[in-house]
Design a protein around this ligand. Sequence first.
Ligand SMILES: Cc1cc2nc3c(=O)[nH]c(=O)nc-3n(C[C@H](O)[C@H](O)[C@H](O)COP(=O)(O)OP(=O)(O)OC[C@H]3O[C@@H](n4cnc5c(N)ncnc54)[C@H](O)[C@@H]3O)c2cc1C
Length: 371
Amino acid sequence: MKKIVIVGGGFGGINLAKKLAGSHMLEVVLVDRNNYNFFPPLLYQVSTAFIEMSSISYPFRKMFQGNANINFHLGSLVKVYQEQNKVEMDTGILDYDYLVLGMGTETNFFGNKNVMNQALPMKTIDDAINLRNHILINMERADRTADVIEKEKLRTIVIAGGGATGVEIASMGSSIIAKDYPRLDKQGGKIYLIDGAPVLLGPMSAKAQQEAYKVLHKLGVEIILNTLVNEYVDDVVTLSDGTKIPTKSLIWASGVIAWEAPGLPETAIGRGRRILVDAYNKVKDTENIFAIGDQCLQTTDEKYPNGYPQLAQIAIQQGTLLGRNIRNTDDGDWRLLSDFDLAKSTEFHKTLVAQVVCIGYSGWIYCCGGR
Ligand SMILES: Cc1cc2nc3c(=O)[nH]c(=O)nc-3n(C[C@H](O)[C@H](O)[C@H](O)COP(=O)(O)OP(=O)(O)OC[C@H]3O[C@@H](n4cnc5c(N)ncnc54)[C@H](O)[C@@H]3O)c2cc1C
C-alpha cells in the first residue's frame, strides 16, 4: 500500500483524488485549509450578492463519502521535509510515499503594504463575502448621506485589474447599482476599471476584448488602460499617471502569486513563485513530489514555452492525467510505481478549451479558444 498526500483540494487536487478513488493499492490523504472545495469562477456572483456561498462550495467529506481509500485532513501546509518524506501541516505531520502540491495561488499586492491592508481581494469565499458586505453597507450609507463628497466616495468603486474577474465584477456591480439603487445611480460617483495593459481581458481574443470594452462602456463603467494603481491612502486611489480618485472601495483583482511551499529545493521555484515541473508534473530536483494546477510552471509543451495559463481546465487536466499515470502503475508492478516509471506515463499536453466571461445579469457570454 502506497500513501499519496495531496495538499490542496482545488480543481487539480479533487480531480486527482477522484481518479485515485477506489484503488486497493493506494491510500490517499487529501489535505486542505478549508473543509470545502469551491468554484472560483463564480466568486464574483457571491461578491455581488447574486448567489449564496453554498451554491459554489461543497464539503470534501461529502464529496468522497463511500471512498474507503480517500481520507480528508483539515490543515494548512507549513513545510515539506523531502529527505524524510514527511509534510508538516499546522494540524500535524503526515508521511507520504508521493506528495502532490496543488495549493493554487494567493493575491499578489506587489509589495504595496497600503494596498494590501486596505484593498479588497477576490480570491476566496471569505474575500467574496467580505467584499459583498463592504459594498452593500457603503451603498446603503451613500443612499442615506446628505454629504455630497462622502456620497461620491461611498458610491465610487475602483477595480484594479481588467482580467475576467475585474470585468465580471465591474459589470455586475454597475447592473446592481442601476437596479437596486436607482436614486444613487443618478447621483455622483462611478465604477472605474483600471489596467496596466492596453486592452481588457489580455489573454483572450481581440473580439472578446473589444466586446467587453463596448458593453462595460455602455454600462457606464469608466475604463482606464495603460495605467497602474500605485497607491491607496486616506480613501484616495492614486494612479501611475497621477490621477487621484476618492473612494472607500478599492477592489484588487490585479495579480496572483503561487502559495509558498517551504522545504522544496530553491532550484524548483520559478516565475511567480510557481513550482517548476517536468512533462509529468514531477517537481524539479525531487524524486517523489509532484505539483499541479496554478501552483506549478510546466514549460515542456512547445506551444506554451512560458508555461500554461493559470486556468481551471489546466488544473483539471493535470490532476486527471497525474491520477491516470499513477493508476497505470497500479497493476502489481510496484517497481514501476516506486520509480514512478515515466516511460509508462503520458505527458501532459493541454487540450484546447473555451474561455468564458459573463458580463452583467443579461447573460452576455464570450467564448473563444484563446489566442
Ligand atoms: C475570482 C476568480 C475567477 C476565476 N475565473 C476563472 C474562469 O472563469 N475560468 C478559468 O478557467 N479559471 C478561472 N479562475 C482561475 C481558476 O480558478 C484556477 O486556475 C483554478 O482554481 C486552479 O486550480 P488549482 O487546483 O490549481 O488551485 P485552486 O482551485 O486555487 O485550489 C487550491 C486549493 O488549495 C488550498 N490551499 C491553499 N493553500 C493551502 C495550504 N497552505 N494548505 C492546504 N491547502 C491549501 C485552497 O484552500 C484550495 O482549496 C478564476 C480564479 C479566481 C480567483
